[in-house]
Ligand binder design. Structure first.
Ligand SMILES: Nc1ncnc2c1ncn2[C@@H]1O[C@H](COP(=O)(O)OP(=O)(O)O)[C@@H](O)[C@H]1O
Ligand SMILES: [Mg+2]
Length: 332
């Protein structure tokens, strides 16, 4: 196994604030690592250390086989970095921005122009190439920023929250662009606070909270840590909740739990779809009317919640006031 990124015991404090508490990270060449965590968990600090923009207080790290402290120039020659906020010049056109980056990478004028055209085409920016980027949408800016970070043909790419603030459609666009890069063999370290983003793009996930790694593994490994499938049954009448729960217990893999207010029964199960059929039949035989029944697989939201006891910041915002499955789970 060849490691494109290896970090051991990275720690960093800003004065009194401990941003990183001694974290280990390994990213195999050609794979995507999702560094997942809420605001302030230490994602950007990690990226800045690995990209040689910031020195750790302790620990060590290498990128592309080069030490970030003793070989920073070599590290910089193999990496690309896209920040949380697009680092492009407002007053230039998309094409001019890319040509400028090319020149900064010591490409000849001819080669810089050629590379700019190539990248504009690839990121679906050809039509807007000669317009000032002041008029670009958020999604276009991110694509331009990503294009700029690819000028030097990096082997290792750092994407710091590449889709934060984008609308769902632009987010999908970024995802497919990133998937293309990965399919060409680029190693990617991607930070995100979006669980679906890590789920969609990352081969392996490292979960950060308060500067500490609280979990790592594939998305499936993380999900199985919080338990298997559950069936959620809502009965029509609150008078039936307790009896229904007793009747269906035999199909569960663990004790059912009840939420009286919502007339809901949650039953952990091993074989989800078979259990649904059995439950429906059993309740029907006993004349208990079902308002709703659904199979719930654990999501990364559940993982984060169970590991930290709190949802990601993003989710707290979007689910407030407490409503829907996450809020309900919080009260149970
Ligand atoms: N330049 C800085 N000065 C002081 N504190 C900082 C600075 N940069 C980050 N921090 C703090 O360090 C912690 C980690 O921040 P950061 O790495 O930016 O997290 P994330 O990218 O996950 O939001 C936070 O508590 C943040 O407030
Ligand atoms: Mg950040």
């Amino acid at each position: 196994m060849t490691l494109a990124i290896k970090a051991s015991g990275l720690a960093k404090a800003y004065g009194e604030v401990v941003a990183l508490n001694g974290i280990d990270i390994e990213v195999e060449q050609g794979t995507v690592l999702g560094l997942l965590g809420p605001n302030g968990s230490g994602k950007t600090t990690t990226v800045r250390i690995l990209a040689t923009l910031l020195q750790a207080d302790s620990g060590s790290a290498s990128v592309g086989g080069f030490d970030v402290v003793t070989q920073p120039d070599e590290v910089r020659s193999v990496i690309g970095l896209t920040g949380q906020y697009a680092a492009v010049d407002e007053y230039l056109t998309g094409r001019e921005n890319l040509e400028l980056f090319g020149r900064l990478f010591h490409l000849s004028k001819f080669d810089a122009a050629k590379r700019a055209t190539e990248l504009l085409d690839r990121f679906d920016l050809s039509d807007a190439a000669d317009r000032g980027i002041k008029g670009y949408s958020g999604g276009m800016r991110r694509r331009l920023d990503l294009a700029a970070s690819l000028i030097g043909r990096p082997n290792v790419l750092f994407l710091d929250e590449p889709t934060t603030g984008l609308d769902p459609r632009s987010r999908q666009g970024m995802w497919s662009v990133i998937e293309n890069l990965v399919s060409e063999g680029t190693t990617v370290l991607l930070t995100t606070q979006y669980l679906e983003e890590a789920d969609q793009l990352a081969d392996r996930i490292v979960v950060l909270d308060h500067g500490t790694v609280i979990a790592k593994g594939t998305s499936n490994e993380l999900k199985s840590q919080v338990g298997g499938d559950r069936i959620e049954i809502v009965v029509e009448s609150s008078a039936d909740v307790a009896r229904a729960s007793e009747l269906i217990q035999e199909f569960g893999s663990a004790a059912a739990s009840i939420e009286d207010v919502t007339k809901t029964i949650l039953l952990p199960v091993a074989g989800g779809s078979t259990a649904i059929v059995n439950i429906v039949r059993k309740l029907d035989e006993n004349k208990i009317a079902i308002a709703d029944i659904a199979l719930r697989r654990p999501t990364l939201d559940d993982v984060f919640l169970s590991l930290t006891g709190h949802a990601t910041e993003d989710n707290e915002e979007s689910s407030a006031p407490a409503k829907g499955r996450r809020g309900r789970k919080g009260r149970s």
